[in-house]
Every structure is written in C-alpha cells, then in structure tokens.
Design a protein around this ligand. Sequence first.
Ligand code: ADP
Ligand code: MG
Length: 697
Amino acid sequence: MLEKAGLRTFEDLLFHLPFRYEDRRRIQTLREVGPGGEATLVGKVTAVREHRRPGRRGAILHALFTDDSGWAELLWFQQAAYFRDRLKEGSLWLVHGRVEAAPRGGLQIVHPEIEALAASDAEVSGVEAKRLAAGIARILPVYQKPGEIPVAAMRRIVGQVTEKYASVARSAVPEPVRARVGLLPVADALRYLHEPPRDADIEALHASATPAHRSLIFEELFALQVGMTLRKVERENQPGLAIARDDDRLRAFFARLPFEPTRAQKRVVHEIAADMAKAQPMNRLVQGDVGSGKTVVAFAAALQAISAGYQVAVMAPTELLAEQHFATMRAWAEAEKIDIRLLTGGLKVAAAREVREAVASGHTDLVVGTHALIQDSTGFARLGLAIIDEQHRFGVAQRQSIQTSAVGADGRKGVRADTLLLSATPIPRTLSLTVYGDLDVSVIDELPPGRLPIVTRVIRTTARARLHQRMAAAMREGRQCYVVYPLVEESETMDLADATSMAEQLQQGPFHDFRVGLLHGRMKGAEKDAVMRRFKAGELDVLVATTVIEVGIDVPNATIMVIEHAERFGLAQMHQLRGRVGRGSQESFCCLVADVGQSRDSFERLMVMESTGDGFAIAEADLKLRGPGEYLGTRQSGTPALRAANLVRDGELLALARGEALAWLGKDPGLETGESAELRRVLTSRWEGLLDLAEVG
Ligand code: ADP
Ligand code: MG
C-alpha cells in the first residue's frame, strides 16, 4: 500500500509530511464538549460489551466511558476482538475522537483513538490521572492515508523512521546558502514536523509556515531550480546552428499577409529570430492564448531557417490539426516558392515513402505532420528547426525524442537543430519557472484586433430547453454548434450524460431538423477525421463531442459552444474549448450548462469563465482552485514531484530559491566543489534519468 502511494524508501517516508495536526494538548471534559465536537478526554472504561450481528461477520464493540463529568459510549464496528482484549474494565485511557449524540440518547464516539494511561484506576487518583495524561498530551501529526493504512499505523511507521533515520537526512543546499537563508538542519526540521514539540504554534503548523516548513520547502525548490537550470545549460552547451536572419524576406512575407501582424506577434518573431541566429540550439516556448496567431509566428521562424538553406519540421498532436496547418502554410509557402509536404499516419504507404524520400534527399523544405514525423525512418537531409504545436499535448518523452532526432542536423555529429514549442495553455509565471524552467519563453499577450468577445453564460440544467431553441434558431441561419460532454460511454457509476447517447437523443429530439455528428476519443483516427471534415464542410450542423475537439480546430462558421456538465471541467480546459468558437465574423456564444444548485464553489468557479476571456487570468484562477497537480509531475514537466512545496502558496520562496540557485551555479557551474557534493547526489537520485549530470560542466 505504501508503494502504491509512491512511498518506497525511508526517505520517501521522511518527506511524507503531515497535512494537518491534531491538538491533543488540552484535555477536555465530556460536559464542556457536548455533542458535535472533536475532543481529547481522559477517563476510565467501566463496562465492555460485544454485540454480534446475525448473518454478518465481526461484532460491534461497545465500551462505556466516563471522565467524571459525564458518560459516553465508545463504538467499534471493526476489530472488535482486538479492542475487547485491550479495554479492561477499570482501565484509564486518553481518548480522542468526535463526540456525537447517540441515536438512543447520550453521547457516543465512533472509532476513537485511544492511548492507555493505566491498567486500572484503583490506585490512580484524579490528580495522578491528569499528570499521566499531561505526560502524553501532545500535538499529533495526521498523514494523507495511503490506501487502507490506519492513521495510527501511519503515525507509528513514520515515527519509527523519523526516530531512526532523520539524523542521516542531509541537506542538498550548500552551507553558504543555508547560512544566508537561515535554514534549519534537515533532521531538525523533519523531527519538528513529524513530532511537533508541545509549545509549537499549531496555526503555523497548519499553514505550513513554521521555520521547519520553510527550510524543507526551500530545500526542495532550490534543488528543483538547480536541476532545471542545469538542464537548460546542458542543452545550451551543445553545438547548435547559427541560422542567419533574413529580414527582407520576413518583411516581404508580412507585407503579403491579408492582415497586419500584432505588436506582440512581431516582438515574438524577433525574439525567435535573434535566438535562432545564435550558435546554441534554441529551446523556446511560445505561449499565446487561443487565437493569438501562433501559426504565422511559427511560419516566420520556418522562413528564416529555409532562407538559410535548412529544412523545417512542423509537428501537430492530431492528423486533423496537421492537415489544417498544412492547408494554412501551403498557401504561404507557394508564394515563397517553398516545397511543403504533409506526412501523417493516414498516408498510403507509397505516398508516405515518397514524402520521406523528398525529406531525406533535401528536396522538401518544410514538412508538416503528426508524430509519424519523429519515427526513426524519417531522416532529414539538413533539419534546422523543429516546431511542435500544442506542445502540452505531447509528453516530455515525445518532446525529448523530437529534440534528440534533431541532433545530427546539417550532417555534423552532435549538432542540434533549433526547437520551437507552441502552447495555447497559458500558465502562471510561478509555474512556468518550474515546468518550463529549462526553456526560454516568449509570450504573445495580445489578440488580433476586431475580435468579437465570446459571450459566456453559465446556464442551469433547467434552462436547457430554451438553450436548444436558441441553437436551432442559429442553425436555421446557417450557423453551426458544438456540444461537449465529459464522458465517452455511459458508465454505471456516474450519472452523466455521455456523448454517444446524447448525440442520438439530440438528433431524435430538439435537433431532428438538423444534422448531428458525433466525435469522441474512442473513434479511429480516420473516422474522427471524416466527421470533422464533414463539420468543416458544413455537412453537419451540430457536432456532439468529447474533449477531443479541444485542440486547435478552426471552423469559423461555428458560433455556439455548449459545454455540458461544465462543473466537471477545469477552467483552462473550458477556455480551450471556448476558443473553438469566435473565429469568424459572427458573434459567438459559450454556454456552460451545469448543475450548480448544490455547490456555491462550483458556481463561483464557473463565473470566472463568464467574467474573463483572458487565458492567463483563467490559468491563475484554475491554479488557485485546483492546485498545480496537472501541470507538474514527470509526464508534463519531466521534473520530480514536489513533496513539501506548493507552488500556489510558495511563490516567494520559489523566487528566493531560484535566485540562490542561479547564484550558486554561477560560482560552481559543474557542482564540483565539496559543498555541492550532496546537491549533486540529490539531483542524481531524485531526477533519475531526467537530468544527465554527466553532460554538465
Ligand atoms: P492560434 O494561436 O490559436 O494557433 P492561429 O494561428 O490559428 O491561432 O490564428 C487564428 C486566426 O487568426 C487565423 O485565422 C489567423 O489567420 C488569424 N490571425 C493571425 N494573426 C492575425 C492578425 N495579426 N490579425 C488578424 N488575424 C490574424
Ligand atoms: Mg494553433
């Protein structure tokens, strides 16, 4: 069970910090607590009775407990035999639990935690009992329970490990930094958090604001920032291509566009151009909200590489998106006399081979495709730039694989091509320093002018019929609609409408005059494409879908996006979905249908969508509400999971840790001094294959 929860080593247990504490310092009486409160009590057990339930395994154990101020019944529905043997009549106990009104009158405590004070109260006076209780009264840690492990067992396990091994936990932070920041020794901090002293400030413990917390959080963030920076340095140290700028050609390309690039687009294009011109490999992420115009920016970068005689690969997460990019870029490429090809898994064998040959011979300048592009058989004659669209859709492994495949470009061994990552998922700055700490980041923080804002409304399920009428009216005027559901197939456990059955119901019911299509993640690629193509061509009026349509699809005639069970979606995800409409000249609507009756929280969460169309604001709100979980972890970021730090809460410590990390690397870039030895060890063990220290320095 521990292993399943990711707790494999003593170290893991040491850093499995309590998520809250129980204050058992103050002994209360039953009379002052009354029903409904959590309390720590001292008293004796006067009678024990086991109650068997016919036809059921195990018995219920009742123990009568008194602390002189009153009586309560202690109840165990499990492990009755175990507690029966311990609860001798007349024995004295410290009891902790929630005091409730018993169904038949009086008070009860179900599954209390108990600690023995004395076997029998015969020889123990009231004063003596208080003294005994004071001896064990303390603040107890409460751990996130891995699986079925009871809280007391978890406490015992972590307690033992702390006692034996906290002293050997060493700090990864070099001594001069420790002194400057004022960190506690790791062992002391761990002991403090797992066994808080009696005089500890319980509020500070709960807020993770003790010096012990601060020390461990800094430790973790410092190591993280050193790791990220080293990874960045590692890449920058490799030989790369200096791809010269061609400003005349860029100006000519811009002049031919039917629109004027925004200031943000121009700035980002120049940032990229300057970066490509350097001899180090570029690793740049372009963040830009949905519709901010990343495709033009990407093509401008491609133009620079092609002008300098290199090839460019553009990779998209789906075939549909690859085709869309191909269609867009082909129009620009033709005017530029650039040979452009499409390479996806959907191509016939012969056609795919022909494209591969054109790529390998160097005849093709620009190839657009899915990850079929990065399969081994794809050899480039002189790859200069790899562009990865919607990069958050790819795992780190895939990202690294295209970056690796870009090595050997230009026929020179070990020379790495430039990479440009595009992302429509804006992420808050604290996170981007972490998740993308090894990349340079450019932000397109401006939308092209003249966009009509998308009108967003939270709609109660009871108003659905009216919504359907409105959709029908829009469709009669020739518009198209999306309806998105969270699940693919009906599931017995969740009472959620699913796309498949709803598509049928809508077709039969409110939309019987219209053509309803269905798109979901279980469909084969070719099937999905066929449906999407029909929708794009206007052969379908309504597209019922799961979140597969989230990424980059462009159908300007679609003006209504309905998200069903909106309370189930993350804000950032809904923002992406909303970006599927508002792409044409017509006013567009995004309707979040939700059963928000019961929960004020989920209603407020959805109201964020009504109040702003700014992807960064939404990402910040999402982060505060849902935590950074989905951005972090190995799959997304290629960094170890955080144990003590919380990036929402610890932004200031992160900034401090980053500053110290950069300063330390300035002094000891290869982590070769004795003071860096532990840091080096920690990075090697915790980052496993994620960081190749051998390549550093
Ligand atoms: P995204 O950043 O979401 O990938 P796209 O690159 O697909 O956005 O651009 C969205 C739409 O905006 C496209 O139709 C594109 O031609 C258009 N567009 C891009 N830049 C501008 C601009 N500066 N002015 C007007 N329209 C633009
Ligand atoms: Mg795009």
